[in-house]
Design a protein around this ligand. Structure first.
Ligand code: HEM
Length: 139
């Protein structure tokens, strides 16, 4: 009896490890729906922020939300292929400053927080977004 209990415990332990290994950041962000939700909120917050709203005046929001969600899906090891512009092209002519970049990233974090994404998961995405900074500012 003891041996069977031990075997069951061992199988559960292995199953748990296997599950942990296959969980991607995309899953932790809530998949397509979770990502779309915080990206939509981040774009809305950007329109409301007095220091960066002017940059979004002529933006097609639906298109931006689709492209940014796809990109974050791919970046977080999800099942998407981002087929939009590269970061230099996408932000060319905007002359985005470091301060404006920081504000936008802060709004993405705020949006994730509002939609219930955990602190450690927010930080994981942040670590993947920040290296893009050099391609986005002063273009
Ligand atoms: C890590 C940070 C950022 C990422 C990952 C990112 C990503 C993207 C993506 C994927 C697009 C769409 C490209 C396409 O249409 O093919 C885009 C466009 C755009 N981004 Fe960013 N972006 C970032 C930072 C910023 C910042 C800091 C600003 C301004 C403060 C900004 C403003 C815009 C605007 C206004 C557009 C739309 C341009 C248009 O109207 O077509 N982005 N961005």
């Amino acid at each position: 009896m003891k041996q069977i209990a031990f075997l069951i415990f061992f199988i559960l332990l292995i199953a748990n490890y296997a599950h942990a290994d296959s969980t991607t950041l995309y899953d932790e962000l809530g998949g397509d729906q979770g990502i779309n939700q915080f990206v939509t909120r981040a774009v809305a917050l950007s329109h409301q922020h007095h220091r960066i709203d002017f940059l979004f005046e002529d933006t097609d929001d639906a298109e931006l939300i689709t492209q940014l969600s796809d990109q974050i899906c791919q970046l977080s090891d999800g099942p998407c292929e981002y087929d939009g512009l590269d970061m230099v092209e996408a932000h060319s002519g905007m002359e985005i400053t470091e301060a404006e970049f920081d504000i936008f990233v802060k709004l993405v974090i705020d949006a994730m927080q509002e939609t219930g994404i955990k602190h450690n998961v927010r930080n994981k995405l942040l670590a993947r977004l920040v290296p893009m900074r050099a391609d986005i500012i002063y273009q």
